[in-house]
Design a protein around this ligand. Structure first.
Ligand SMILES: *Cc1c(COP(=O)(O)O)cnc(C)c1O
Length: 479
């Protein structure tokens, strides 16, 4: 069994095994005909249950052969141009190489003595990203597992900065289109059930600054404490960007922590043409960035940035076995002092490889391409009488619904749209997402693949209309 340990003696076996795995994936990427096969949990679960985990196959080739049946054949492939579902991106090759390197070396970024250069590379990338956000030299941050984790940490810092022991008084303001991790974080941080105040949005799905102002005034009048304003720069559904400068003004006026959730919109930081859409972000106290969304990085890769690095002390604890207090005086860089996680992946290496190979313009240009594609998709939808589209895209999502000609029962139209989404998924021809707007069922394209074309969008719209029409036709017959 020692032969399976990765070390100096097994280096050759490592080379062969990993190459075999890479070759299988490469063959798969080149041959998949749709983003999905349409398999169901009922079909796939018995295949996976049939594997006897107590009877190992003994070698990598056999396990890879089996993996074809239990995973690779029926995986959902984000690189396919007709995957238009959630906020998942195809990944860039330099980042995948970084992933292979970081898992083999297996550095852990909690302390210098488990990572050495890895810690310094992560710090450079935090500084680079903070610089792009317009933060000054006091800025800092840390890589995290994802946007939810970054938002949680941001709100932890905001809670500590609010300097009140009465958690029941704290309020967080975020738009009605903000991510659900804001709610979850408030719960985890011990705030009360009504702690998150949902601020209405305008027709473009951006937080209404006037409504925020009114909510803040009401909060103060009631003797409550405005702990944080969460502005979303790229809402999950619409890609809408809240008015950052106006929100920053209000945050200043009320002495409130301003957090910008740019989990999705962070790609703008590298965009050669659209960086201005994030103007005002430099006034935030903290920013969430998900490189695994708009920087084409493999999951996971996210970071929390803070304008004032000193605020990260709220996440600092010292342990004799890990990061004793003396290491601070000795100026040993231990990232665990800034993190909620302890053992932590060297995800930063993927972004490092990406920037060293492609540069910021290279990766930002890819995000620009999908934002341009969304504009084309919007034009297609707006010109198509079969569809109704909600807003013009700020980034790369489109929310729309099929509407039949003539009068139709709104419930039936909801069901037809839901049916179309499910039927498309089951066919494996394309994957789209869905959401509800004003109580009605809508469909969503999240465009993060520069290989997707307007022709792909048009073809998927035809498929959806076909499924929806068929559903409504059958339902009339049965009615
Ligand atoms: C995706 C998303 C998150 C959560 O990020 P994860 O990486 O999935 O944890 C938070 N906020 C917004 C706006 C998002 O789109």
């Amino acid at each position: 069994m020692r032969s399976h340990l990765l070390n100096g003696t097994t280096a050759e076996s490592y080379r062969r095994s990993v190459t075999e795995g890479v070759e299988r994936v490469a063959d798969k990427l080149a041959s998949v005909r749709g983003p999905f096969t349409g398999t169901t949990p009922a079909e796939l679960a018995p295949v996976i249950d049939a594997v006897d985990l107590d009877r190992p196959l003994g070698d990598v080739s056999a396990a890879l052969e089996e993996l074809e049946d239990v995973y690779l054949r029926d995986a959902v492939y984000f690189h396919h141009p007709r995957y238009l579902g959630h906020l998942n991106c195809p990944v860039v090759i330099p980042a995948v190489v970084g992933e292979a390197v970081l898992s083999a070396v297996n550095s852990s970024l909690d302390t210098w003595d488990q990572s050495a250069g890895g810690t310094l590379i992560e710090r450079r990338l935090i500084d680079w990203t903070a610089g792009r956000a317009g933060f000054g030299p006091a800025a800092d941050g840390v890589f995290t597992s994802g946007g939810s984790q970054s938002n949680l940490q941001a709100l932890l810092l905001a809670r500590q900065e609010a300097k009140t022991d009465d958690l029941s008084k704290l309020r967080i303001f975020s738009s009605e289109c903000s991510h659900f991790s804001v709610q979850k974080s408030a719960g985890l941080l011990g705030l009360g059930a009504g702690a998150v105040v949902s601020v209405p949005v305008d027709a473009e799905k951006r937080m209404r600054a006037t409504a925020l102002a009114a909510e803040l005034a009401a909060c103060r009048a009631e003797g409550l404490v405005p702990m944080a304003i969460v502005a979303t720069a790229g809402t999950t559904d619409f890609g809408s960007i809240d008015p950052l400068p106006e929100i920053a003004e209000l945050a200043d006026e009320y002495g409130t922590w301003m957090h910008v959730d740019a989990a999705y919109g962070c790609g703008l930081l590298a965009s050669p043409t659209r960086r201005h859409l994030l103007d005002g972000v430099e006034r935030a106290d903290s920013v969430t960035v998900d490189f695994h969304k708009s920087f084409f990085q493999p999951v996971s890769s996210s970071a929390l940035l803070v304008r004032d690095g000193a605020t990260l002390r709220h996440a600092t604890y010292h342990a004799d076995y890990l990061n004793p207090l003396r290491t601070v005086a000795e100026k040993i860089p231990n990232q665990v002092d800034k993190s909620l996680q302890t053992t932590r992946r060297f995800d930063a290496l993927k972004l490092w490889m990406t920037l060293r190979v492609m540069g910021a313009d290279g990766v930002g240009g890819l995000f620009d391409e999908v934002c341009d594609l969304a504009r084309q998709g919007h034009a297609l939808l707006a010109a198509d009488s079969r569809y109704e589209v909600v807003v013009e895209p700020s980034l790369s999502t489109l929310v729309y619904r099929y509407v039949p000609a003539g009068d139709a029962d709104p419930e039936a139209v909801d069901r037809a749209n839901l049916h179309a989404r499910k039927a498309l998924f089951a066919s494996g021809e394309a994957v789209v997402a869905g959401t509800r707007v004003d109580g009605r069922q809508y469909l969503k394209f999240t465009l993060l693949n520069p290989e997707t074309t307007a022709a792909d969008i048009a073809a998927v719209l035809d498929l959806i209309a076909g499924h929806a029409e068929q559903y409504l036709g059958e339902n009339l017959v049965h009615a």
